[in-house]
Write a protein that binds this ligand. Structure first.
Ligand code: HEM
Length: 131
């Protein structure tokens, strides 16, 4: 083979080999389950709308849904860091119990304030897990 053809062919053959060795869904990394992603997204949806809740009733509904999805996430687990994940979700659920206590006292502002604080736990673990 002429050297120019070689120079062109080798990198092409190399990338074709690399591509062929990649799984069909390269974004589907081990430990990143679609189930956990789905639960997190539902948590995110309810977390966001809790910020604009105008009534105890509305906030209660969002908090109840958020809790359901956080509990589902806890059951689903996270293969990359199982123990740290359980710890983080438990912290979230403990914080959420504080939100529920404020709701039980009919204190909408306090409940929203405590809900907002859960964002610190999200940030801590998302950065720890690079998500
Ligand atoms: C207010 C609390 C939280 C909210 C609203 C939230 C929301 C989200 C959202 C929306 C995603 C999906 C990102 C995307 O694919 O676009 C996500 C991913 C993730 N979150 Fe959270 N999160 C919260 C707390 C936590 C905590 C406490 C942990 C760990 C203990 C955690 C662990 C993860 C992990 C591991 C992923 C990646 C899942 C994957 O796609 O493989 N999150 N979260």
């Amino acid at each position: 083979m002429k050297s120019l053809a070689k120079a062109l062919f080798i990198p092409l053959a190399f990338s074709a080999t690399v591509m062929a060795s990649m799984p069909a869904s390269a974004h589907h990394q081990p430990g990143h389950s679609d189930e956990l992603n789905t639960e997190m997204k539902k948590m995110g949806f309810n977390f966001k709308r809790s910020g604009s809740a105008k009534t105890i009733e509305d906030l209660q509904n969002y908090v109840t849904e958020f809790r359901t999805h956080a509990e589902n996430a806890k059951k689903t687990g996270y293969a990359d860091a199982p123990e740290a994940f359980q710890k983080g979700i438990d912290q979230l659920l403990t914080g959420l119990a504080g939100v529920q206590a404020a709701l039980d006292q009919q204190d909408l502002d306090l409940a929203k304030q405590r809900m907002k604080k859960l964002n610190d736990i999200r940030k801590k673990y998302h950065s720890e897990f690079d998500v």
